[in-house]
Design a protein around this ligand. Structure first.
Ligand code: HEM
Length: 163
């Protein structure tokens, strides 16, 4: 079901073109609602183990804990990407959760935050959108060993088929 929606969105975009020679454009990418949900959900889960290193420039107090000036500390994305208050059943891969989800500050940080935030964030999203557009229209994936677990990945082998 999910896969069908994923593919149909791309097929509909191609059908709406006035000529079959037209290539993918930025306007079409912005219309890819479901694909954008898949990217968000993949980023949420795949980057849940990211760690950000920082140094406190001033002494600060967070929820009763003091971090003295000059201390190094690290923040672990797992705490906010897997928070059930923001993401219902957080371990489930569910792109549709992004349909109505309004994330509050510091609940979705796949690219970090503040002045050290990833400068390639938009480029990365754009590249993945272009690749997935052509992939969904031209290829199918088949799991070779369906008995293996996908999350967490355990010897999960797939075959790519050109259609
Ligand atoms: C899905 C793809 C990507 C992910 C998940 C990602 C994630 C991140 C994260 C978490 C940081 C650290 C942010 C922080 O400390 O607050 C970072 C930094 C950085 N990223 Fe990315 N990134 C991606 C793609 C890219 C691309 C495509 C480029 C360049 C074309 C890029 C260039 C950089 C650079 C230069 C920094 C260092 C920024 C600094 O220290 O000021 N990244 N990225």
């Amino acid at each position: 079901m999910t896969n069908r929606v994923f593919v149909e969105e791309q097929e509909d975009i191609v059908k709406r073109r006035s000529s079959p020679n037209e290539g993918l454009n930025f306007h079409e990418i912005k219309e890819m609602k479901y694909l954008s949900n898949v990217i968000n959900e993949s980023l949420r889960i795949a980057t849940a183990k990211t760690i950000f290193f920082r140094e406190a420039r001033n002494t600060i107090n967070i929820n009763g804990y003091t971090i003295p000036k000059g201390w190094k500390f690290l923040s672990f994305s797992w705490n906010y990407h897997m928070d059930p208050h923001t993401y219902v059943r957080p371990k489930e891969f569910n792109p549709s959760r992004w349909d109505d989800l309004k994330t509050k500050p510091a609940t979705f940080l796949p690219f970090g935050v503040g002045p050290k935030m990833c400068p390639g964030a938009n480029l990365a999203r754009l590249e993945v959108s272009v690749i997935l557009h052509y992939f969904l229209l031209n290829y199918r994936v088949e799991q070779v060993n369906p008995e293996s677990k996908i999350e967490p990945p355990r010897n999960c082998l797939v075959k790519f088929k050109k259609i």
